[in-house]
Design a protein. Structure first.
Length: 269
């Protein structure tokens, strides 16, 4: 196993564990305000300090991890659920179907994803659900293009032609032969889109278009802390580090999975 794979798994696993544990336990109630204890530095009672409402920062980070991971995970699921079938269809059918799918992808890619996500959430209203929809829409063409790019070379191989001669249809070949052979590409792309989804959720929450109070969100924690950096720097540093560590871990995990799953990148022992 490569170092990047191990380190990436540890860093991203840290956020996942924090999110899962938050369902069962947090050091304090994130909805409970304690103004008398606001902006306390890290201590034995509050390991990461408190924010401007006196809420425990560790609890906020744990529940915020749950929000970020849930939004990014569902958005990636939307991208895979629609993008992979479109990519398989474009590669299998070719012709005008391929042209329509690819030009549709180009149309989506022509606009900055975060700007359009902001427009979508602004039009539909700020919420975690609308953030999922906005981020998921931009995952669809990514997975469609990766799927098509990976499937096209496989369609030229002899065993695919043998399957066609045996009477298998394009849909059956795509599911039985094409999809298993490009699964490694989709897994790696999924980790990359997962990290981008966390960044997008944080960006939308930062401008007030993501998860709404009282649900904690790393992006909104940063937005609320920007005027208090000089007074209590930990309220900005901690959520910022949570985003950086999680995204870095997912990117390292994606690199490690790419090296591990792609035979062309494997090194002989």
């Amino acid at each position: 196993m490569r170092a990047s794979l191990i380190l990436g798994a540890l860093l991203s696993g840290l956020a996942l564990v924090a999110a899962l544990v938050s369902f069962l336990w947090t050091p304090a109630d994130v909805t409970q305000l304690a103004i008398a204890q606001k902006l306390l530095p890290p201590s034995g009672q509050h390991w990461l300090g408190t924010d401007h409402f006196g809420r425990d920062m560790l609890s906020m980070i744990m529940v915020g991890a749950r929000t970020s991971i849930a939004v990014a995970l569902v958005a990636v699921g939307i991208g895979m659920g629609f993008g992979v079938p479109l990519g398989l269809l474009a590669a299998a059918r070719g012709g005008w179907i391929d042209e329509v799918v690819m030009r549709g992808n180009d149309l989506v890619f022509a606009f900055p994803s975060l700007v359009i996500a902001i427009l979508i959430t602004a039009a539909l209203g700020p919420s975690a659900l609308n953030a999922i929809i906005a981020i998921g829409i931009f995952n669809i063409p990514v997975f469609a293009r990766v799927t098509r790019g990976g499937a096209l070379p496989i369609w030229t191989l002899d065993y695919i032609r043998a399957a066609q001669v045996a009477g298998k249809g394009a849909s059956r070949i795509s599911i039985q032969h094409i999809l298993p052979n490009i699964a490694n590409l989709l897994i790696v792309q999924g980790t990359i889109q997962f990290s981008l989804g966390i960044l997008a959720e944080a960006g939308l929450s930062y401008v007030g278009l993501g998860a709404q109070p009282p649900t904690p969100s790393w992006g909104r924690m940063l937005a609320e802390a920007q005027t208090m950096v000089a007074l209590a720097p930990h309220v900005a540093i901690i959520p910022g580090l949570a985003i950086v560590v999680t995204v870095l871990g997912l990117n390292l995990l994606g690199d490690g999975l790419r090296d591990a799953l792609d035979p062309r990148l494997r090194r002989s022992p």
